[in-house]
Ligand binder design. Structure first.
Ligand code: BJ8
Length: 383
């Protein structure tokens, strides 16, 4: 199936966003703007925004540095962890190179142990993320957010006021609203664009360092897509797929491509880079900014939480809202939390939502593309 070509400029701009961001990161360094490298959506970005720092995601998505990482780390570790560590070790990633501080969280076992070694190359601050979402964990997470703020103040010699944080919350909420509006266009049937094109925009948006322009840019893209849609340029009618599981991006975009090359359309992404950390806003009316941040971020429904009811709640709503025909879960090799949780997701999707479900286990190589095509073609065929 040929890609839809009606919005080339927009999508190519965002495909090039990562490349352009390398140059922007260098320019920021020349202007002495702090750059904070992050690994996870549990990091409350508002803290860095409040001090005028830029933020860049460091989760690596290619297998280029895995051999180097395997000299220090076990081979049977998740590719995301090995690849990220490898880019840190080899200095092959400009974002890692330019980051003044790297922030990690105690999410999965592999990641949190990897940060201990990463600290040998860069200043690393690890936030102690609790593994459930009860009141005691909320209190702990709030204190961790305050400790994070104090670490930023100490390292960069700044004062972060509550007013600064409130301003950052408002800005970040605007970004979330714009993202929700943009990806929400895929609720329309037929879908206005292919999922792989939408995904480029979602991923590209994370490389915009100037967060003040992001909501406007995203809204302009959404308006352009919608006006083209109303002029009749929709994707042809296809089975509608929701993608859930580990973070998708880079090498693993092969899964989206395999879905769409075999007759489906990826209308919804529940993963990080999709809706997982975007749907819920920070409560701007909460007089305690730290409590507001703690509540929003601790609620993220990642499989590192046990139990993890918020992932099911989000899937429940999304399957209905996006009129989903089938669910594809992508699990990275050796990701135990998503791997184990896959059983309860399958049960929920099959039994509570009466929808077909498939787990795809993959890594950052291209060796399984043929197998991916075969399995996803068979899955889509039966929808
Ligand atoms: S909030 S999804 S970014 S932890 S895939 S490294 S869990 S073994 S990435 Fe994640 Fe934050 Fe959750 Fe999102 Fe470990 Fe699994 Fe690898 Fe993972």
């Amino acid at each position: 199936m040929e890609l839809k070509k009606n919005l080339p400029a927009i999508f190519e701009d965002f495909a090039d966003a990562r490349q352009a961001a390398f140059l922007k990161a260098k320019a920021l360094k020349d202007q002495n703007v702090p750059l904070i490298g992050i690994f996870c959506t549990y990091f409350p970005q508002e803290l860095a925004m409040a001090m005028g720092a830029s933020i860049v995601g460091l989760c690596a998505t290619s297998d280029e540095t895995i051999p180097e990482a395997e000299m220090d780390l076990p081979r049977n570790l998740c590719p995301l962890i090995k690849s990220s560590y490898g880019f840190g070790k080899t200095d092959k990633c400009p974002f890692f190179y330019f980051s003044d501080l790297v922030v990690g969280e105690t999410t999965c076992d592999g990641k949190k142990k990897m940060y201990e070694y990463l600290g040998e190359f860069k200043p690393v601050h690890v936030m102690q993320l609790p593994s459930d979402q009860g009141e005691a964990s909320l209190a702990l997470w709030k204190s961790e957010i305050i400790r994070m703020k104090e670490a930023l103040e100490a390292q960069f010699g700044v004062t972060i006021t509550e007013e600064d944080i409130r301003g950052a919350i408002a800005l970040k909420n605007d970004e979330r609203r714009a993202l929700k509006h943009l990806y929400g266009l895929m609720k329309q049937d037929p879908a206005p664009v292919l999922g792989q094109d939408l995904f480029k925009v979602l991923l590209g948006s994370t490389f915009e360092f100037d967060r003040s322009v992001l909501p406007g840019n995203l809204t302009a893209i959404a308006e352009k897509i919608q006006s083209e849609y109303e002029a009749g340029t929709a994707v042809d009618k296809r089975p509608r797929i929701l993608i859930t599981g580990c973070p998708v991006g880079g090498a693993t975009e092969k899964v989206i491509k395999a879905i769409e090359d075999n007759g489906g359309v990826a209308v919804a992404f529940e993963n990080c880079n999709g809706t997982k950390a975007v749907e819920e806003l920070v409560d701007e009316d909460n007089p305690d900014v730290y409590d507001a941040l703690a509540r929003k971020y601790l609620n993220i429904g990642c499989s590192v939480m046990s139990p993890n009811p918020n992932r099911l709640k989000m899937l429940d709503t999304m399957i209905d809202d996006y009129a989903v025909d089938g669910v594809v879960e992508m699990v990275l090799t050796a990701c135990h939390t998503y791997g184990v949780e896959a059983r309860s997701i399958k049960r929920f999707v099959n039994e509570k939502k009466n929808k077909p479900y498939i787990t795809i286990e993959t890594d950052y190589s291209s060796a399984d593309i043929g197998q991916l095509n075969t399995r996803l073609a068979a899955f889509i065929e039966m929808l």
